[in-house]
Structure formats: C-alpha cells, structure tokens
Design a protein. Structure first.
Length: 325
C-alpha cells in the first residue's frame, strides 16, 4: 500500500493539514480496499501547535519520513521576510531522511520549504498567488507559474493554496489509479473531480492608477465610457495630445500601453458585472466594451483562464437557494 506521510510543522494550518488524510483515505479500489495509508508526523512526536487556538497531537516523529512513498508538507505560519525560518536546521535534517524516489508535495506557501532546500531550482512550481512576487524575488531560479492551481513535475508537486491542495491530491489519485477512482473519491468528498481554469480567476488584479498625471483625466473619462468602442485616437483627442505623445506619456505614467490598460479595465468591469448582476453575457460584453459575447469569452479565457459563464458560476453574488422541508 502506498504510504503518504504528512509533515505537520508548528503553526500548521488545520484545513490544509487535513486534506491529504481526507482525500487519500477515501480513495479505494473497485473491491473497496484502501489504496493509501496516511500517517501524520512532526519533527518530534507529541503536540504540534496550529495557527488556530488549538494544538494537534501527532503519534509519529520524523522517523516516519523514512517510510514514506509520498511526503506532503502543508503550509504553516512563517514570516516570508525571514527566509531562514522556512528551513530551520531540524527541518533541513528531516528532509535528508527521505528515501531516493520519494514523491514530495507542498501545499500553498510550503513551497518556500522546497525552494529554500534548493529542490525547486530550475523546475516549475506553484505557490499562492498573493506570494508570487515575493517568491520570485527570493527564488529567481524557480520557474514559478502564478496562474495555475498546481504543478506536477514528476517527483515534485506544488499546489497554489488552500483548496488547490484538494485538486492536487485528487490529481495524484488520478495519476496513480486512473480517472474512475479519482472521480469516485471526489464524489465521496463532495468536491468536483477537476476545476475549470486555474488560479488566475482568483487573483485580484488592481490596474495601476497613478493620480495627478497628464493622462489621469482621460483615464477617468475612459472608465466612464467603457461601453464605447474607444480607440487610441479617441483617447489622444480627449487628452489634447498627438497619438504618439499620448502613447508615450501613458506608458511612462501607467506602465502599460493604452490598449493593455483598456483591456484590463474592461475585463475587471466584466468581472464585477458577472459577480453582482444577472445581466446576460451578451449584455455584460456590451456594457464592458467588448461588443460581443464571443469577444468577451476570448478575453476572459486569455486573462482568467475561464469563460464568463464558468466565472459567474463560481463567483455569483448569491448562493443557490437551499430547499427546506
């Protein structure tokens, strides 16, 4: 039986700590026999403080890592600015206990542990989108993808954050035992077997808005007229500049071309309408300036990784009504 060892470190997040046990212990062969054994360990046996107001007691110490086929490291409280805290000496020593070929999995910011240990150098990885820029600065040699829910690079797998740990564990079940087992596992856990799109749809993308600049008034005017088919000439004319001068100043002040900025603003407006209104998709497209539903779908898929209908289903303002008997 494949043995999964979950390494609980002080400050561990309880939700992510419980994901591997819930998913892998649910996976079963067609005859009902379990496919995984899940063991939780700490650097020592005994109490492990969580980031909540309680501790958990683990029966196994670090020696359990020596028996693992897969090791999962959930995230834990750590100040990313204090890099050395991600890989203190006891944790670094613990990782040397892994047998060759052991599969390593990180959830959320536990990717810092793998990166600090040098295990992700030159390899693709994921982490929580809110940590992407800090992670890139700290580990420029890691090929970070901030838009995906998880990355599978063979013996090293990294999940973006929180619920994406479920996505990754289900992916491992699918990789190990096929879609039928993974789909049944997902149904028993009451989660989708596969989520459409990636992490991009969850990322907050504030568009740069410097104030008191020569293009500020035109940007405000454009925001008030996003439903119009605005052209670069329209924007330059409003700013009373030549197209060339306006384009240069706009990029200097905003860091984007006028076209890039306008597209981002249209996508953000469409997101708000999809989240907060019941307008049909073609009306959302018109209100946000994309003109047609096909154009809106194209731009949302390119920017967020999902079409408007899927985005609305995920982020609609009101949850489905609950039937009470």
């Amino acid at each position: 039986m494949h043995r999964v060892v979950v390494l609980a470190l002080d400050g561990v997040y309880p939700f992510e700590l419980g994901i591997p046990k819930r998913v892998f212990s649910t996976a079963a062969a067609p005859d009902g026999s379990p496919l995984y054994e899940v063991v939780t360990c700490g650097l020592t046996s005994g109490p492990v403080q969580t980031d909540a107001d309680f501790a958990v007691h683990v029966e196994h110490g670090v020696e359990a890592l020596e028996t693992a086929d897969t090791v999962v490291i959930p995230p834990f409280v750590c100040d990313p600015a204090e890099d050395r805290r991600w890989l203190p000496a006891p944790l670094a020593e613990a990782l040397t206990r892994l047998r060759p070929g052991t599969r390593l999995v990180s959830i959320c910011t536990a990717s810092y542990v793998l990166a600090e240990a040098g295990l992700l150098d030159g390899r693709p990885a994921a982490t929580h989108w809110n940590e992407a820029e800090r992670f890139r600065r700290r580990f420029p040699g890691v090929r970070l993808d901030p838009d995906v829910l998880f990355v599978d690079d063979g013996d090293l797998l990294t999940a973006a954050g929180a619920a994406s740990g479920i996505d990754l564990c289900l992916h491992l079940v699918r990789r190990d035992h096929g879609s039928a087992v993974a789909n049944r596992t997902a149904r028993l856990c009451v989660v989708p077997p596969w989520r459409e799109g990636g992490q991009a749809q969850f990322i907050e993308r504030p568009v740069p808005e410097p104030l008191d600049t020569s293009t500020a008034a035109t940007r405000q005017w454009a925001l008030e007229h996003l439903d119009r088919p605005l052209t670069l000439s329209d924007l330059a004319r409003h700013a009373r500049m030549s197209v060339r001068t306006f384009s240069r100043r706009f990029r200097d002040e905003v860091g984007l071309t006028p076209g890039q900025w306008l597209t981002r603003q249209r996508v953000e407006h469409a997101r708000r309408l999809l989240e907060t209104t019941d307008l049909p998709v073609d009306r959302v497209a018109a209100e946000s300036g994309f003109g047609t539903a096909a154009s809106l779908r194209q731009h949302m898929a390119a920017t967020l990784g999902v079409p408007p209908s899927a985005y609305r289903q995920t982020f609609r303002a009101e949850a489905p009504a609950v039937t009470r008997r």
